[in-house]
Design a binder for this molecule. Sequence first.
Ligand code: SAM
Length: 318
Amino acid sequence: MLPSVLPTESDHVPVLADEVVAVLDPRPGETVVDATFGAGGHAKLLAGRLRGSGKLIAIDRDPTVAPYFERFRRTTGVKARLLHGEFSSTLEQLAGNGSQADVILLDLGVSSMQLDRPERGFSYAADAPLDMRMDPSATYSARELVNDSSERDLADIFKRYGEERFSRQIARAIARRRSKTPFERTGDLVEVIKAAIPAPARFGDGHPAKRVFQALRIEVNDELGALERALPAALEMLRPGGRLGVISFHSLEDRIVKRFLRTAEHGCTCPPDFPVCACGSQPTMRATPRRAIRPSAAEIARNPRAQSARLRVGTKVD
Ligand SMILES: C[S@@+](CC[C@H](N)C(=O)[O-])C[C@H]1O[C@@H](n2cnc3c(N)ncnc32)[C@H](O)[C@@H]1O
């Protein structure tokens, strides 16, 4: 059981905050779903636009956001509820129950609170149990992934989700070390990764374990699978004219969102060599604006975590 942590001033800073509010444009009486509640920074700004009428549904798979939600509820006068769960299955359930929304936001990845609490095992900068579960009640952690996956699967994960150049060398070094002693702590893994990377490549391009840690986190939490499943569920839940915003932090996520919006805008799913449309599918969304919104230089200077953020927005067509 993780200790409950009280909100502080240095909590997660919401990225692209002004842009999110401007393009998602919540209006009084509307229903907003913040599917990645975190510290509630975006939720607070979006709820402010409801001017006391309307409601906000918060979702997060991490139960330690509860004190942040309590703070949110105390300080914003809107009707709100927190649903603990994975956003794709929660959105599917809400849509299946006939719940509708006007605004849905997904701000992907981990929060600063998750990264900064060493006991969560997300950080290569502190020695901690090898964990990385966003939902601490999930059965599969980085410990199982690192100790039980085949060497080849590990190399694939490091390459695909971390774009790690030395994926095979690192996977081999992990397999060699765990045949003697299984990995229990992040510190041991960092040491093995460092030793597996040729010395000249260890410097520059960030911390040598950064890409492997990103890859493990994505796999442990099935982050790309969750996003793939969440987008159609969000579309189903939106009312006509409703807005879906997704903030992604790496190209794998952004590609999924971009492809989803392009298909939704196009409608027809017939193979390109069909002379006429046989599927009859109509466009369901418009990308609004057409291109991804990026943070300003001033925001990146204030909050370096915003550097790789991309916001894409789609509006459901009537
Ligand atoms: C980047 S933070 C969101 C920060 C938030 N927008 C704010 O302003 O404080 C991402 C949050 O989403 C949650 N999360 C990530 N993927 C999730 C998923 N598939 N289902 C539910 N929650 C998820 C994480 O636990 C984390 O709290």
